[in-house]
Design a protein around this ligand. Sequence first.
Ligand code: ADP
Ligand code: MG
Length: 275
Amino acid sequence: MSIDTTPSTTPQAGRDAIVRIVGLTKSFGSLQVLKSVNLEVRRGQVVCILGRSGSGKSTMLRCINHLEKPSSGAVIVNGEVVGYKLRHDKLHELKPNEIARQRAQTGMVFQAFNMFPHLTVLENLMEAPVRVLGRRPEEVRSEAMELLKSVGLADRADQYPSTLSGGQQQRVAIARALVMKPSVMLFDEPTSALDPELVGEVLEVMKALARSGMTMIVVTHEIGFARSVADEVVFMADGQVAEQGPPSQVIDNPQAEATRIFLRSLSERRDAPVQ
Ligand code: ADP
Ligand code: MG
């Protein structure tokens, strides 16, 4: 695999970048899902990714934490090429334990909550810091409790995930990602699986996180959230960034035809009578 990870020539490029996606291409067999995507996310930025189903949003997030390997191009998190190290001018894939350590820099929250059902809420939070980072349980426990408090669930620490609502489980999933002290949080449609009345509590936690200065990349169909929280909105179509800019531009004054069609379809869906 050959990649060029040299900074681009614009003076601002690379400065404060937590995530840099450089010429990222990903194919599954003959299907090219990502077509040379470039994207830079700076420290403290909230970037919302919009786009139709199948446009490559999840694949892009999965490349950021090396759940998928790029076919070409690279992802750089905190200055490190994700999944590889450079030795004698060649990229070598990292070993599983090195990948796990690197993956700890990117907290991921999925549509499905992915709790360990046999562990309590607190044990779910403590598992990765203890097992992956080798940290001392007593030290992790107090940090985990603080985080549970911050998502409003300290009183649920000793319960099992199945006793919680979907909204509560997703708030636990956010706390569980944060306990690894990631430098960027990735959200893949975190509210899509929730009953409508539970969406708000999860978005509130995400808003608070954004206000705290966390760098976030959020794939979402929640246009209201994107408009009020995103510094930048990226619209993906057919494996490419079709349009990118502040919400006032991409959401309220979209230039690309694909963005207009997508936003119209969302508002039609919202306006449709409930079946
Ligand atoms: P989005 O998240 O925007 O809906 P995805 O990144 O999940 O899009 O998928 C983009 C395309 O890649 C889709 O056509 C999907 O079927 C395909 N795809 C995703 N993952 C795989 C895989 N592991 N194997 C084969 N095709 C895949
Ligand atoms: Mg997806």
